[in-house]
Write a protein that binds this ligand. Structure first.
Ligand code: ADP
Length: 262
């Protein structure tokens, strides 16, 4: 099923979570970014279109401003993201350069999705960039997103962007192989759910545990993202992005994941 979904999709949104992007020391894993960029380059050469939703600004910020690590104040956290966002985009730029691909930064807030003029501008910009062969990299604009108006997690941001861009497929890369009947980090015997057709029914059947380290949403926001895009006919793949060649392995059917189908 997953290989078919990837083969059939022309417009693919790929979201990569903080836990996936950060290495053991809490730094952006450049090797992994380069590997992702190479695989996305392959998709582009197959005449597919790709948009990336990338978390990791805070992680990147912390690796530079480690003296701010204990600051809980919202303004420090926003400042940390502002510093880290530059670092993150620099890393993506270097990762895509060997593919001959340019990137573009798109920072969005919840308000942007509620305003028809803004959504039209966002849509047109995304279409223009992608048509010109540029890879847009979307993240939440933390500087203006105080807690009350935050989208709050990039699974939701990716889902909203998928609908806005009329994507054919949304891939949510995490540090976990997919949705399990219970959190595999707490229950070693947990079983992967390969296919979901009814999100509500699936959510009733499974036990949801906590997110980890840098994660903000956990598995709930991934299911919510699926709930948001499935009515538009956009399937969702939840998969592990932590191993090299993950995208190609999914496309080849050698890596498992969870497919949420409309
Ligand atoms: P990301 O930052 O990649 O979006 P999160 O850390 O927010 O990821 O969420 C993924 C985490 O959710 C997994 O690493 C896992 O520990 C946890 N989790 C809890 N319950 C489940 C479950 N039933 N199936 C899969 N993962 C689960």
């Amino acid at each position: 099923m997953i290989p078919d979904l990837i083969a059939q999709a022309r417009k693919i949104i790929i979201k990569i979570g903080s836990n996936t992007l950060a290495d053991m020391d809490g730094r952006i894993n450049l090797t992994l970014l380069e590997d992702f960029a190479a695989q996305m380059g392959e998709l582009v050469r197959e005449r597919k279109q790709v948009i990336v939703v990338s978390s990791g600004a805070q992680v990147a910020g912390l690796s530079i401003m480690d003296k701010w690590a204990r600051k809980r104040d919202i303004h420090y956290r926003q400042a940390l993201c502002a510093v880290g966002q530059v670092e993150l985009m620099g890393a993506w730029q270097r990762a895509f350069a060997p593919q001959g691909l340019r990137i573009a930064q798109i920072l969005l807030t919840r308000d942007d999705f509620g305003d028809p003029i803004r959504t039209l501008n966002m849509r047109n910009t995304l279409f223009t960039l992608v048509d010109e062969g540029i890879i847009p990299i979307i993240n939440e604009n933390d500087t203006v997103s105080v807690e009350e108006i935050k989208i709050g997690d990039n699974d939701t941001l990716a889902a909203q962007s998928a609908v806005l861009w009329s994507a054919d497929l949304l891939i949510l890369f995490s540090d976990i192989d997919g949705l399990y009947d219970k959190n595999p980090k707490e229950y070693p015997g947990a079983e992967l759910v390969a296919e979901i057709r009814d999100i509500d029914e699936a959510q009733k059947r499974i036990v949801i545990g906590d997110a980890n380290r840098f994660g903000t949403g956990g598995i709930v926001t991934k299911l919510d993202a699926a709930r948001r895009v499935l009515p538009y006919g956009v399937p969702v793949i939840i998969a592990n992005g932590g191993r090299p060649g993950a995208l190609q392995a999914l496309a080849a059917g050698t890596q498992r994941g969870t497919a949420c189908l409309p």
